[in-house]
Structures are given as C-alpha cells and as structure tokens.
Design a binder for this molecule. Structure first.
Ligand SMILES: Cc1cc2nc3c(=O)[nH]c(=O)nc-3n(C[C@H](O)[C@H](O)[C@H](O)COP(=O)(O)OP(=O)(O)OC[C@H]3O[C@@H](n4cnc5c(N)ncnc54)[C@H](O)[C@@H]3O)c2cc1C
Ligand SMILES: NC(=O)c1ccc[n+]([C@@H]2O[C@H](COP(=O)([O-])OP(=O)(O)OC[C@H]3O[C@@H](n4cnc5c(N)ncnc54)[C@H](O)[C@@H]3O)[C@@H](O)[C@H]2O)c1
Length: 493
C-alpha cells in the first residue's frame, strides 16, 4: 500500500455514487483500511438494485414460471396436465419490490460493517482532491480526499420527440414497478431491456409491438445468435415487429400515440395508437453536474474517459487522484463490470497495479431461454485476424443432441465459439439456450486465462449437463486446429 498521510485529508477515499460500482469500491477500500466516504444523492444501490437488474430479474423469474405452467403442450410431453394459470399482478410486483428492499438493506449493512461512512447529498468535484456535497436541506459541505472515485452511473436515454409521463409512456425506471398490464404495449428498442420486458409482458398476456430503428432486430447481439434467438423470443410470441423505423414522436395518453419515421429517408411511415409505450433506447451517463471542467476533464458524449486502471484522463494524461468506474465510463454498462472496475480502481489506489480485462467479462440477457456472450464479436475478431494475420475459426455446437436438454425438453439452443485456428486460443463465445447465462462463465474463465482449445478439450464435463454442449464446441474447434496443424506441418498431437 502507498504511504498515506492520514492527517492531511478528511478521507483517504471519497466515492461519488452508491450503485454497484461505488458500493464495491467503497467496501473494498474500507476493508483494506482506507477511511472511505460514499456519497449518494438518491437511494443506496443505484440503478441495478432499485430499478435495474434486481427488480427486473424478479419479474423475469415470475414470468418464466407463468410461461412454463401455461405451456400445456410442453407439459403434456412430460405427461403433466395443467389447468389455466392464474396470477396476481400486484403480488408479482411486490415480489420485485421486496427483493429490492432486501438487497438494498443488505448492502447498507455490509457497508456499515466494513466501516464506510455514508454521506447523503449530491456530490461534485470542487477541485482536485476536494469534494463538495449539497445536502437535501441545502447545506453545502466540503471534504478533502486523497483519492476520488466517480461512480455516478447512467439514466435512460429518451430520444427527442418522445414524451414520457411515467404512466402510459415510460422507461425501465417505471416498468420494473409493474404498476399495470397494458393490453397492447409498444416497446421501442430491441436491446437488452426491450427483450427482457417483451419476455415479461408476453408471459403476462400483453400484446407487444417491438420497434427497432436498425434493419435487423437485436442489432447489439451476434447476428447468427440474434437470428436463432429471435425465432422463439420474438417471432414465436405475441410480438409484432417494425424494423428500420425510428420512433420520432411519442405522445402519452389513452391511447398513447407513436409516429414511426423511416431511418433512411426520414418520411413518416406509420402512426400507431397503443395502450402504453416502453422506451428502451439505451442509456446515457450521469456526469453533467459534476463540475468536471474544474479539473480539465472533457467527457465524450458525457462518458468520462479512463484508462484500464480506471484513472480519469485529462488532455491525454492521467489525473493521479481521480478515478471513474461503472456506467459513467461507458465501457460495458453492466453491474458486474461496474463492481470489477471499482475493485481495480481501489487496488491501484492501494498500490497494487491492476488492469481491467473487458475481453473476459461475460454478459447475459435473462430472457427464456437466455442469451449470453463473452469476448469478441465475430466482426471484431475478423478485423483483428486481418490486422494480425491469423486465420479465424468459428464452430457451432447445438443443444438438440444434449441429454440434459432432451430430458428438459429444451433443445432450442446453440453455442458459437470463435477462436484462432493457429493457436486454438478462444477469442469469443455467444450462446443462446437454457441457462446460457451460467454456461458462458466457463468460457469467460478460459478467455481470462487466454486458454487454447488444445487444453480445454481435455477438461471433463459432468454428464448429463448442458456444459457438455461447450465440451462439444471445444472438440469441434480442436478438429479445425488439428487440421490446420497438419496442413502447416506442425501437428498438435
Ligand atoms: C432494467 C435494467 C436491467 C438491468 N439488468 C442488468 C443485469 O441483469 N445484469 C447486469 O449486469 N446489469 C444490468 N443492468 C445494468 C446495471 O444496472 C448497471 O450497469 C449498473 O447499475 C451500473 O452501476 P453504476 O454503479 O455504474 O451506476 P448506477 O447503478 O447508475 O449508480 C449510480 C449512483 O450514483 C448516484 N449519483 C449520481 N450522481 C450523483 C451525485 N452527483 N452525487 C451523489 N450520487 C450521485 C445515483 O443516484 C446512483 O445511485 C440493468 C439495467 C437496467 C436499467
Ligand atoms: N441483462 C443485462 O445485463 C441487462 C439488462 C438490461 C439492461 N442492461 C444494460 O442497460 C443498457 C441499456 O439497455 P437498452 O436495451 O435500453 O439499450 P440497448 O443499447 O441495448 O438497445 C437499444 C436499442 O434501441 C434502438 N433504438 C434507439 N433509438 C431508437 C428509436 N428512436 N426508435 C427505435 N429504436 C431505437 C437501438 O437501435 C437499439 O437496438 C444495456 O446496454 C445494458 O448494458 C443490461
């Protein structure tokens, strides 16, 4: 640990924002002996706990059960007969809100036990190593800190022309409360939030129209996986789709009105009248009122530039005492990324040189079935293969012959593995299918260790499990690597 003169500063570290990024940073710092203050202007836990991962996954858990129990054809194949499924919307909403309360209070207890000082109010960078905090009662305080971590997160992006009233036109902030079930809801955006809420709403009997600005649905996903997943997750459900159209005007009301405009020639194509609209068009960073200009930091569309140690960059140079983590850095807007970045920042503050490795961090969409990914997309990998002159391999392994998937009658799924043909190193993986979110972890670990299929192919997987689909993908990839080895006169075995 660096020598810290504890007399000079009010805190060794002040973290601004108590989402997952701020929470993990503050906990880690406190547990390692740093006198840590954590500033929060709203509810502790940030987006993930209060209006993101936690409530949405509770809703998805209920939605998944309703979907299973309502699928009489599927149940019949097991020899099970089911009656009509009944559910209470308010009880499902309560499950989500109770989970939020539990997770949030556990978080606060953890911080208290670690010795973090929670400072309620709106934080700003008063100067280098100086934080200003405006409390709700108007009192303004200044605290000095040897290091400052900014972890102020993100909020929903609402395109101009779209008016949100929180009732008939809303974002995920309100959707997680499940205040009502609109008979017909338009979802703008077919990204993570659009897909997860389409899963929830269709399971609960709502009709969905999904609007996507780009020509392909699910444009942020691997295109092969998107095509396969969309068959079930979108086209297999009560979802009507519009692609290549921008929602340029949305007016709340009963009905809510939407104007759809061609993305190419900007002409009005269609007007829709629906019961509700969920705006799921991405998220923007919360950095506007941090007074970053004072320390010469220029944001990129609001995102704070950082290096892989999480140090803030100003005019091409690192500011030694200023760090930023989480959604506000715009790297991968995920809770576990924010948390990992927080720990990397604190380790570097403690004098342990560490870098974040985005390539090995997985991501998952918790639809039924799930979608997950880690590492490079095929197009990113292709670009690198050209730059570095190596051949790229891609193999697919399917759930349809897997014993566990067959036993579960859940054979719709695929693993796509991207690797170097010469060394066998895994560069990326994209999975669609039952428990894809859990399955991706072993590939993420392999990428973190820069492992080759030459090693991975010998790892024994439990039978019968879905992980055998990954084992099969390794075997398929190994055959390709062996062929290349033989052709080059460098056989691998
Ligand atoms: C519907 C939804 C579902 C999601 N599901 C998942 C999922 O399943 N898995 C996953 O990994 N990710 C998920 N995410 C993304 C995840 O929620 C975010 O990546 C994560 O919350 C980012 O954490 P953060 O700490 O960077 O910021 P945030 O969680 O946004 O927290 C920032 C905090 O800073 C506070 N703050 C801002 N400015 C100030 C200031 N000036 N002073 C004091 N406090 C301030 C805010 O009030 C907030 O509490 C989901 C997001 C949404 C919207
Ligand atoms: N399971 C998870 O990990 C999870 C779940 C939810 C959210 N998140 C995080 O939250 C972030 C935001 O999610 P999101 O789904 O809002 O964003 P997204 O970027 O994943 O998808 C937004 C989609 O909206 C489309 N779009 C944008 N403007 C449009 C318009 N005017 N008309 C029609 N379509 C338009 C875009 O083309 C894009 O496909 C994600 O990037 C992710 O990091 C993660």
């Amino acid at each position: 640990m660096n020598d810290i003169d504890r007399t000079d500063f009010d805190f060794d570290l002040i973290v601004i924002g108590a989402g997952y990024g701020g929470f993990d940073a503050a906990k880690h710092a406190s547990l390692h002996g740093l006198r840590t203050g954590l500033v929060e202007s709203n509810e502790m836990g940030g987006t993930c706990v209060n209006r993101g991962c936690v409530p949405s996954k509770a809703l998805l858990a209920a939605a998944g059960r309703i979907r299973n129990l309502s699928d009489s054809n599927h149940l019949k194949k097991f020899g099970i007969q089911s009656g009509p499924v009944k559910f209470e919307r308010q009880a499902i909403a309560n499950h989500a809100s109770q989970l939020v309360t539990t997770v949030r209070s556990n978080m606060i207890k953890t911080l208290e036990q670690a010795g973090t000082k929670i400072l309620k109010g709106t934080g700003r960078i008063q100067d280098l190593q100086l934080v200003g905090i405006r409390e709700k009662n108007g009192v303004d305080r200044l605290y000095s800190a040897r290091n400052i971590i900014i972890a102020t997160g993100s909020r929903p992006f609402i395109p101009s022309g779209i008016k949100v009233d929180g009732t008939t036109v809303f974002t995920s902030d309100e959707a997680v409360r499940l205040d009502w079930l609109p008979p017909w809801i338009a979802i703008i955006g077919s990204g993570y939030i659009g897909l997860e809420f389409a899963d929830i709403y269709t399971a609960l009997g709502c009709e969905v129209t999904m609007i996507e600005a780009l020509d392909q649905l699910m444009p942020t996903f691997d295109s092969d996986i998107a095509k396969i997943a969309a068959r079930k997750l979108i086209h297999g459900r009560d979802i009507d789709t519009r692609t290549g159209l921008l929602a340029t005007r949305v007016v709340p009301g009963m009905p809510a009105r939407i104007e759809l405009t061609s993305r190419i020639n900007h002409t009005l194509v269609e007007e829709l009248e629906v019961d509700a609209v969920l705006v799921a068009t991405g998220r923007v960073p919360v950095s506007q009122n941090l007074n970053l200009e004072k320390v010469g930091v220029q944001t990129d569309r609001g995102f704070i530039p950082v290096n892989d140690k999480m140090q803030v960059i100003s005019k091409g140079k690192e500011i030694p005492s200023l760090w930023a983590v989480g959604d506000v850095t715009g790297k991968m807007m995920l809770a576990h990324v924010a948390a990992a970045q927080g720990i990397v920042a604190v380790d570097n503050i403690l004098g342990i040189k560490r870098y974040i490795d985005y390539c090995s961090i997985p991501a998952a969409t918790f639809t039924h079935p799930e979608i997950s990914s880690v590492g490079l997309s095929e197009s990113e990998a292709k670009k690198i293969s050209v730059e570095e002159s190596f051949d790229l391999g891609t193999v697919y392994s399917y759930f349809k012959a897997n014993s566990k998937a067959l036993a579960e009658l859940e054979t719709d799924g695929v693993v796509k593995l991207i690797f170097r043909k010469d060394t066998g190193e895994i560069l990326g993986a994209h999975i669609y299918g039952l428990h894809a979110a859990d399955l991706v972890q072993e590939i993420a670990n392999a990428i973190a260790n820069r492992q080759s299929v030459k090693v991975l192919v010998n790892q024994v997987h439990t039978h019968p499990t879905l992980t055998e689909v990954i084992e099969l993908a390794y075997k398929e990839a190994m055959q390709v690597v062996e062929k290349v080895g033989i052709a080059n006169g460098t056989p691998t075995t």
